[in-house]
Structure formats: structure tokens, C-alpha cells
Write a protein that binds this ligand. Structure first.
Ligand SMILES: [Zn+2]
Length: 91
């Protein structure tokens, strides 16, 4: 058994699809920053899960929150691109 934030999975699942249409940096650091910002502005959805159960619940959430998820990712992507574009450790 595992405690999981399904919203995190739903955002992770949607991220690349949204980013590919945006003119923003898509390096690992920016993607994680975008994930963090996006998740902070969406409700958490924690469930106790057994292996294999994930897929259905994530799809259900994605349907329910798709518009929100896409618009939050878009906002976060532009914010990260403009405001926190890479620390010194970034190559
Ligand atoms: Zn970057």
C-alpha cells in the first residue's frame, strides 16, 4: 500500500503535452519548477493505493481537472521561464 497524490501523477502525465506547444525552456530543472508551481495551485488528491490501481484514478482526475491542469501548467511555465530561469548550477 502506498499514499499517493494523484494530482501529481495527472500533472506529470499532462506536462509534456502542454510544454511541447509552448516556447519555454524544457530542461529538467524548469520542468520540476513548473511541476511544483502547478501542484501548489491545484488541490491535492491523496489516495491510498495498491499497485495497478493508479491508471484509472489518474485518468478520472485528468478528465475532471483537465482544463485547470492545462491552464495552471501554462501559467507556471511562463512564470518559470521569465522569473526563475535557471540557477548557477544549471548548464
Ligand atoms: Zn531550463
Amino acid at each position: 500500500m502506498e499514499l499517493k497524490n494523484y494530482m501529481e501523477e495527472a500533472v506529470k502525465d499532462t506536462l509534456d503535452n502542454v510544454l511541447k506547444d509552448l516556447d519555454v525552456c524544457k530542461c529538467e530543472k524548469c520542468k520540476l519548477d513548473i511541476m511544483a508551481l502547478t501542484l501548489n495551485s491545484l488541490p491535492s488528491k491523496y489516495y491510498v493505493t495498491e499497485k495497478g490501481e493508479l491508471y484509472n484514478k489518474v485518468n478520472e482526475l485528468k478528465r475532471q481537472f483537465e482544463v485547470d491542469i492545462i491552464s495552471k501548467i501554462t501559467q507556471a511555465a511562463y512564470f518559470v521561464n521569465e522569473h526563475k530561469h535557471h540557477g548557477d548550477d544549471h548548464v
